[in-house]
Design a protein around this ligand. Structure first.
Ligand code: NAD
Length: 257
């Protein structure tokens, strides 16, 4: 089988890093991205451990020109992008009346619009080779709302809409597009919410995990990043030609209720 190349945004932390480890274990060439200061070192460590080729780019999801360059760099080094995983994302928790406008704009740009730019840039490569696997890391909040997360919920619902549209347009070209909708995963993104959630819900910080994060999940533990990685590997696989347009919850039973 041809050695495949995966581009994963936001892959120097949290879920993206977990996905990168999963794909590296399967021998994929990995294009890492993320704004962590030690991003290049994190990427090199994963690639060295799994003995895979890699590229690291700190391209900012807020800058469409950098996203186009990122795909060009990937194609220059590896010939193509076979799998695109739109994972980079941020959160801000605030009641609507105080929600800062710049946070709204950044969340929509990073969590939704960057996926549009990257899909558009990778499309000609995928179409030419009649193979593409696009995976969008949405959220349970792509399917359901929670209070105080207006921008995030709006962006993630939008990302699922984009997923379905791209699935339809990709169908004639063996390009699939699916979304993964995780419940709570213990990453820096979640850890940063503790103080704001405590304030918004008038709770002590040590009660936020049980009363807020895990309240809606039937399984009362955080979703492991390895489970998200395995789900992405399934969507990316050669044989998954007819799995497309799906928004799959990986949420400990949140969506079963
Ligand atoms: P994280 O904070 O650990 O990682 C986010 C990554 O995105 C980092 O590498 C960061 O540098 C990168 N990033 C942020 N802004 C960027 C920008 N402007 N340009 C380039 N890179 C940028 O968070 P995480 O929890 O791993 O989240 C990853 C994705 O999973 C997000 O889309 C998030 O919404 C989604 N998600 C997370 C959870 C959870 O519970 N952690 C649940 C559902 C969905």
């Amino acid at each position: 089988m041809k050695k495949r190349t995966v581009l994963i945004t936001g892959s120097t932390s949290g879920i993206g890093l977990g996905i990168a480890n999963g794909f590296a274990r399967k021998g994929y060439n990995i294009i890492f991205n993320g704004l962590e200061k030690n991003g290049a070192a994190i990427a090199a460590e994963v690639a060295t451990f799994h003995q895979v080729e890699h590229l690291y780019s700190p391209a900012n999801m807020l800058d469409p020109a950098s996203l186009r360059s990122l795909v060009q760099e990937a194609a220059a080094q590896f010939g193509t992008v076979d799998v695109l995983i739109n994972n980079a994302g941020i959160q801000h928790v605030s009641p609507i009346e105080d929600f800062p406008e710049d946070k709204w704009n950044d969340i929509i740009a990073i969590n939704l619009t960057s996926a549009f730019h990257l899909i558009k840039a990778a499309w000609p490569l995928m179409k030419a080779q009649q193979f593409g696997r696009i995976i969008n890391i949405a959220s349970a909040h792509g399917l359901f709302a929670s209070e105080f997360k207006s921008a995030y919920v709006a962006a993630k619902h939008g990302l699922i809409g984009l997923t379905k549209t791209i699935a339809l347009e990709g169908a004639p070209h063996n390009i699939t597009c699916n979304a993964i909708c995780p419940g709570y995963v213990k990453t820096p993104l979640v850890e940063k919410q503790v103080a704001d959630q405590a304030k918004a819900h008038h709770l002590p910080e040590n009660e936020v995990a049980a009363n807020i994060f895990l309240a809606k999940q039937a399984v009362k533990s955080f979703v492991p990043v390895e489970v998200i990685a395995d789900t992405a590997l399934l969507f990316a696989s050669e044989g998954a030609t007819t799995i497309t347009g799906v928004a799959l919850p990986v949420d400990g039973g949140w969506s079963a209720q």
